[in-house]
Every structure is written in C-alpha cells, then in structure tokens.
Design a protein around this ligand. Structure first.
Ligand SMILES: *Cc1c(COP(=O)(O)O)cnc(C)c1O
Length: 354
C-alpha cells in the first residue's frame, strides 16, 4: 500500500505534540486571553454578510492590503497563509528542496521536519553553552555556500534568548554574499524582540515571517504572513495554493487589524508577568531558570519527567523539551494570566519539596 510513498516521508517523525486536558494550560505559547469580546461581536456581525457559497480572495488580496497598511509594507511584498507553519513549508520548498537548510540547534521542530520531508541537506550548528549564537561556526557554514535557506528565529525558540542585533545582521550579510535565502522568523517579536524588517531592503534576500497566533491571540484562526521584496514574494506566492485563507478568518483578522490597540497592552502585561516569574524562580532550590524575550521561558530541572508529572498533579501543564539538544532536564513554560502564573509558581516550589 505504501510503496509509492517517498522514503523521506516515511522516515520523518510526526509533529511532536500530545493534547492533555489540565486546568492551567502553559504548554503552547498561546495568548492566555481570548480575543476581546467586543471585537468578537464585530467579527460575528461581519461574518453574517460573508457569502459562504463564494470562494474567498485568490491570494488573500484584501488581507495583504490591510496587513500592508499595519506594517507599512508594499502589499505586493506580502504572502499570507493559514499559519506561518505553512509558510515555513513553502519556504523550504522555495529554496531548500534537495538543497541546503541551515540553522542552529536546539531549534524549532518545523524547520527540521520540513527539511526532512523535502529531502534537504540539513545542517544544525550547536548554540553556545549560554544559548548565544555560534557566530563564527555559522559564518563558516554560510561561507561554504548555498544554494539553500538559512533559518534564524528572533527572539530564539525554544530558548527565548534575545540575540545581539549586530550578530544577526553580520550573519545575514554573509548569507547574502554566499547565495543563501535568509528567513528571520519573528513569531515572538512583540515580547521584546528586535525588528529585522529593515534587512529586507538592505540585503534583498531576506524574508521576515510573522504570525497572528501569539501576541494577537488568534492561534485558532490560523494566519501567518511573510514580509519580503516583491520579487521574492512573487516566487513564494506561486507555491501557495489558491484560495487558501478562508473568508471567516479573513473577516476576523480584518477586525483585529482595525483594532490593534489590545495587542501591545497584553504583550506588555505578558512581559512583566514573565519577568516576575523568572525572578521568583531564581529562588528555586533545584531549578535553573533562563531569561527570555518571548512569552515563554525555560527551566532546567534535575528530572524533567518527575517535574512535568508533578506540575500536572497540581493542575499545571507545561511542555517537555528535555529530548532536545543541550536541553537535558528542561521544561518550557508559557506565560499565562497572573492567576495562572501564581498557580504555576506555587506548584513549582511544592513539586520540588515533595
Ligand atoms: C508559534 C511559532 C510560529 C507560528 O506558527 P503558526 O503556524 O503561525 O501558528 C512560528 N515560528 C515559531 C518559532 C513559533 O514558535
């Protein structure tokens, strides 16, 4: 039955995720607050006038205009997909299909899964021990040359670390000189990251990816976008199937873009909650906490399995990261509401004492 399925597909593991029902859900880096109720009401009203029998825009054309206005970006340099994970797939087939894919490790699982599915030659350069960028080793790989795609996550996932802007720019420059396409994944930029949009104009081979799943609180609607040059957007767009953003998501995201004030307000609260949690955990007797510029952070525990199960016993779900490179004993904690974060902190200190 399966003899026609490519070996690369069979050899690629499934996306690593298991849904568990626990009251305090800090495992997926979601916004803990639902989309504001008054905006949801506006969306509901707008959806009443959406004809369900008609196809949506061919390539989310109206959304490109709305995103372009929000980002101050030429709509022709924008590509929109149902979640930025779809973009990562298309980007890998744009430049990494049977060509090189280069990034660091530990890294975001989607880059490596897509590279494996698309038979890319994958190179993962280890981060430094303090999770900073291995600048010289990455430069050496970049200098070996493309063609291929260089992924860099800013701020980094899964470590949450804010990299030096100068180091990132230096890498983008070498990538440009040696025939690579560079993707800067800015899924978490609203939580204290740098804004690398200027590098698109400067180097002309850079694609920035952003998402409505995190700070915007719209993970359930699925929408991501790329900001790049008109030339690259035109090629990337060819890989995205027609009519792939549905009319309901379009209506909701349009309302969000017309009312963006809530986003930074919640992101600011998430940042101060994150800093409060990180500071509290510095007093933890056995866990080491890592600072972060995202809406999540890592803790290194003496035994990830025990700590993870112990937290579940107290009604708190986090994400195990301990099978990752350099991540022995590590759990990832998303920032929740202040009440959820108190429950987590309480549990974190109890788990250790039990
Ligand atoms: C969450 C996340 C995304 C966004 O994925 P969507 O498909 O837009 O929900 C992209 N990159 C990284 C590193 C992420 O953590």
């Amino acid at each position: 039955m399966t003899q026609s399925i490519r070996k690369a597909v069979k050899d690629t593991p499934a996306y690593p995720f298991q849904a568990i029902d626990v009251p305090v859900k800090l495992d997926q880096n979601e916004n803990p607050y639902d989309f504001p109720a008054e905006l949801k009401a506006k969306v509901a009203e707008r959806i009443l006038s959406v004809p369900f029998n008609r196809y949506p825009d061919l390539h989310a054309d109206r959304l490109k205009v709305a995103i372009g206005k929000y980002e101050n970006w030429n709509p022709e340099g924008i590509v929109v997909t149902p979640g930025s994970n779809v973009l990562l797939h298309q980007l890998t087939s744009l430049a990494g299909l049977r060509q090189r894919v280069l990034t660091v490790k530990p890294t975001f699982a989607v880059y490596t899964l897509e590279a494996s599915l698309l038979e890319s030659e994958l190179t993962l350069v280890p981060l430094n021990a303090d999770f900073s960028l291995p600048v010289e080793a990455l430069k050496a790989e970049l200098q070996k040359g493309g063609p291929g795609i260089f992924y860099i996550t800013e701020p980094h996932a899964p470590t949450g670390k804010l990299d030096s802007k100068e180091e990132v720019e230096a890498l983008l420059e070498v990538a440009q000189q040696h025939g690579w396409l560079s993707v800067v994944d800015e899924a978490y930029y609203q939580f204290g990251g740098n804004d690398f949009r200027y590098t698109v104009e400067k180097y002309r081979n850079v694609i920035i990816t952003r998402t409505f799943s995190k700070a915007w609180g719209l993970a359930g609607l699925r929408l991501g976008y790329a900001l790049t040059t008109v030339e690259l957007a035109t090629e990337l767009q060819k890989l995205v199937s027609a009519f792939n953003v549905n009319a309901l998501t379009t209506a909701a995201v349009e309302v969000a873009l017309e009312n963006p004030e809530y986003v930074q307000k919640i992101a600011d609260e998430q940042c101060s909650e994150r800093d409060r949690m990180v500071e509290a955990l510095q007093k933890h007797p056995t866990w080491k906490v890592y600072p972060s510029a995202t809406n999540f952070f890592l803790v290194r525990t003496p035994n990830a399995s025990e700590a993870y199960q112990g937290l579940i016993q107290h009604g708190v779900l986090v994400r195990r990261q301990d099978s990752g490179f350099m991540l022995e004993g590590v759990l990832r904690v998303s920032v929740g509401t202040p009440e959820e974060n108190d429950t987590f902190l309480d549990a974190a200190f109890k788990v250790q004492a039990e």
